[in-house]
Design a binder for this molecule. Structure first.
Ligand SMILES: [Zn+2]
Length: 321
C-alpha cells in the first residue's frame, strides 16, 4: 500500500447535502451518497475536494446557495472531524501523516457566485475556498463552458474572466479549467503563469464527448505543469458506458500519462455528481482498488502515488499560501 497522500480533486457531495437540507430528509434514504467520511477512510482517501456547484435553476441566487453550501461543509467538518485545508502547510501536515484526519478542500464549480462583484472573492477566500472552476457547461460572466452535446467553441474568457484569474493568482487560489471551452483554455494559458488544473475530465481520443479533452488541451495542462483529474462518469469513460469499469479509468490515466507525463495526471471522481458509476468504482470505498491496477499496468509505486494524489498535492502546495 502506498504511504503518500490520496486526493480526489472533485465531488458534488455538497450539492446532494444541500438538496437534502432543503427537503429536510436524509439524502441517504433516496439518493445514496458515494462519499461519506467513513467511505473515504475505507478507501484510503486523505483529501477530498468538495465542489460547490449552483444548479442552473438557482443561478439567480448563486451567492446565497454557495454560502449555504460553505455552511453545510463547515457543519460536516465539525460533525465528522474533517480538517478544512486552507494552506500549503496544512496540506503538508496531512501528507506527512502528522495529523490523522481527512482533509476537506472547498472549491467553487462555475464562478456564478462572484458574478455580481469580484470584491466578493477575498471574502470567499477568507471563508476557506481555495479552488475555483471558472465555468460550468454554459456561459457566465467570466467565460464559456463546453456544452454536453458538441465541442462547439465560442468566445474565450471575458475581461472579467481575465481579472478573475489575476485576483485568484494574487490570493493563491487554484484555477480549475474543467468545463471551460477550448478558447478559454488558450486564454488561461496566455494570462496566467501559474500551473492550473482540470479537476474532472478525460481524454477525448479515447472517449470523444464534448466534455473530454483533446490532446492539444492535455498538452496545454502539461506545459503549464498542471494536473488533469480523471473523471469516473461512465459516459466520459467509454463509448459503451454501460460496460464502463475501473479498467477504463486506468486506460485514461495511462493515455494521459503517456501523452503529457505521469506528473500531470490524477483523480477527479465526480462522485455524487454522476448518476451512474463504473463497475468496480461504485463509491469512495473502492478508490484503493486503483493502486494494484496501476501497478499491474507498469507504473512504479512512486508513479502510482503521484497519480493517486502526489501530483495534485504538488500543484496545491505551490499555489496556496
Ligand atoms: Zn463538473
Amino acid at each position: 500500500m502506498t504511504e503518500s497522500i490520496v486526493i480526489d480533486a472533485h465531488a458534488d457531495t455538497l450539492l446532494k447535502l444541500y438538496f437534502a437540507s432543503l427537503m429536510r430528509f436524509s439524502s441517504q434514504e433516496n439518493d445514496p451518497l458515494h462519499i461519506t467520511k467513513e467511505y473515504l477512510e475505507e478507501g484510503n482517501v486523505n483529501v477530498q475536494v468538495f465542489a460547490m456547484f449552483v444548479p442552473p435553476k438557482l443561478e439567480k441566487i448563486g451567492l446565497e446557495v454557495t454560502l449555504e453550501m460553505i455552511a453545510l461543509a463547515k457543519d460536516l467538518a465539525k460533525e465528522k472531524n474533517f480538517t478544512i485545508i486552507k494552506s500549503s502547510k496544512e496540506l503538508g501536515y496531512i501528507s506527512h501523516k502528522k495529523e490523522s484526519t481527512t482533509g476537506m478542500v472547498l472549491s467553487i464549480e462555475g464562478a456564478i457566485a462572484l458574478e455580481r462583484n469580484l470584491k466578493i472573492l477575498p471574502l470567499v477566500h477568507e471563508l476557506g475556498v481555495r479552488n475555483i472552476g471558472i465555468t460550468w457547461s454554459r456561459p457566465n460572466l467570466f467565460g464559456e463552458g463546453v456544452n454536453f452535446n458538441e465541442k462547439k467553441t465560442g468566445h474565450g474568457l471575458s475581461k472579467d474572466g481575465i481579472q478573475l484569474l489575476e485576483e485568484m493568482e494574487n490570493l493563491g487560489m487554484v484555477i480549475d479549467v474543467a468545463h471551460l471551452n477550448y478558447e478559454g483554455y488558450m486564454d488561461v494559458m496566455q494570462f496566467t503563469d501559474a500551473p492550473f488544473i482540470d479537476s474532472h475530465s478525460n481524454a477525448h481520443s479515447i472517449c470523444p464527448v464534448s466534455r473530454n479533452l483533446t490532446d492539444d488541451q492535455l498538452e496545454m495542462i502539461g506545459s503549464a505543469d498542471g494536473v488533469v483529474g480523471v473523471n469516473f462518469y461512465p459516459k466520459f469513460l467509454s463509448i459503451t458506458p454501460e460496460k464502463a469499469s475501473i479498467n477504463d479509468v486506468i486506460k485514461h490515466i495511462k493515455y494521459i500519462a503517456e501523452l503529457i507525463g505521469v506528473k500531470h495526471v490524477g483523480l477527479g471522481s465526480d462522485f455524487d455528481g454522476i448518476a451512474t458509476t463504473p463497475i468496480g468504482l461504485e463509491d469512495a470505498r473502492k478508490m484503493k482498488e486503483l493502486v494494484p491496477l496501476l501497478e499491474k499496468e507498469g507504473f512504479s509505486s512512486k508513479e502510482t502515488s503521484k497519480i493517486m494524489g502526489g501530483n495534485f498535492e504538488r500543484v496545491f502546495r505551490k499555489i496556496w499560501k
